[in-house]
Design a protein around this ligand. Structure first.
Ligand code: IPE
Ligand code: IPE
Ligand code: MG
Length: 230
C-alpha cells in the first residue's frame, strides 16, 4: 500500500438488501427502502469525509419495474420526496446531484423533481452523488450507440464512451455491492471494464461510515495495471 497509489475518486454502489432488512424485522419491504435512504445519507457524508469526489448509487434498475405496483410506486414517491427533494441536506453538505438512466421513461413528476434538484445543486462544491434511476448498463450502451448512428458518427470505443450517461464523470474506480450478492445486475457494464470490485455482507440499511472506511482501505490495497505490468 504505497502512498503514491491514486486514491478512490469514483465509487459505484449497488444498494441491495432493503427487502431482507425489512423481512428480518417482520416489516413491509417498503420500510426497508425508507431505512435504505438513511444509509445513503450516512454513506454520502462519509464518502465526502474520505475525499471520494464521486459516488454513483444504483437506485432503480431497468429490471426493477418487474416488482409489484405497490413497491414501484412507493420507490418513485421516495425518490421524489426524499431522495431528490432533500435540498437543505444537499446545501449543508455541498452535495451536487446528477441522475443517469433512461429518465424519459420516468413519470413527468419524477423527471421534474430530478431537473429541479440537479439545477438547485449544480454549484455545490463538495461530493457529486449520481443517482441511477431507470438505469441499465445495456440500455446505456444502446442509447449511446443510437445517438452516434443518428449523428452519423463512427462507432468506436471512444465515441461510445463519450456518449454514455457517465461520460462527464471520472472513471469508476471501484464498484461495491451490499447484502453479499456477487453480481452486477446490469450496473455500469461498460464502465466496469477495469473497475475493482468489492462485495460486502451487511444489508444496505445497515451501512454507514464503517463500510466506507473498509472500502477505502480495501481499494488502497488493489494493484491496477490495466493489462500492463506493475
Ligand atoms: C435494493 O434492495 C433496493 C432496490 C433494488 C430498489 P432490494 O429491494 O433488492 O432488497 P432485497 O434484495 O429484496 O433484500
Ligand atoms: C439491483 O438490485 C438493482 C438496484 C440495486 C437498484 P436487485 O435486487 O434488483 O438485483 P437482483 O434482482 O438481485 O439481481
Ligand atoms: Mg435485491
Amino acid at each position: 500500500m504505497s502512498d503514491d497509489r491514486p486514491g478512490l475518486k469514483h465509487l459505484g454502489i449497488i444498494m441491495d438488501g432493503n427487502g431482507r432488512w425489512a423481512k428480518k424485522r417482520n416489516l413491509p419491504r417498503t420500510a426497508g427502502h425508507l431505512e435504505g435512504l438513511k444509509a445513503l445519507k450516512r454513506v454520502i457524508i462519509e464518502a465526502a469525509n474520505q475525499q471520494i469526489k464521486w459516488v454513483t448509487f444504483y437506485a432503480f434498475s431497468t429490471e426493477n419495474w418487474k416488482r409489484t405496483e405497490e413497491e414501484v410506486s412507493y420507490l418513485m414517491r421516495l425518490f421524489t420526496s426524499k431522495l431528490l427533494g432533500e435540498l437543505a441536506f444537499y446545501r449543508t453538505h455541498q452535495i451536487r446531484i446528477l441522475a443517469i438512466g433512461d429518465l424519459l421513461g420516468l413519470s413527468s413528476e419524477v423527471q421534474d423533481v430530478i431537473t429541479k434538484t440537479v439545477e438547485a445543486t449544480k454549484d455545490h462544491e463538495g461530493i457529486t452523488a449520481v443517482i441511477a434511476i431507470n438505469y441499465g448498463g445495456r440500455d446505456e450502451i444502446v442509447r449511446s450507440v443510437n445517438r452516434l448512428i443518428a449523428s452519423d458518427n463512427q462507432i468506436t470505443v471512444e465515441s461510445i464512451a463519450s456518449n454514455l450517461d457517465l461520460s462527464q464523470a471520472p472513471p469508476v474506480d471501484m464498484i461495491v455491492r451490499s447484502a453479499g450478492e456477487m453480481r452486477l445486475s446490469n450496473f455500469l457494464l461498460w464502465e466496469s471494464a477495469y473497475a475493482e470490485f468489492g462485495f460486502y455482507e451487511p444489508l444496505w440499511p445497515d451501512w454507514g461510515a464503517k463500510e466506507i472506511q473498509l472500502i477505502v482501505g480495501d481499494y488502497a490495497k488493489r494493484v491496477r495495471t490495466y493489462g500492463g505490468l506493475e
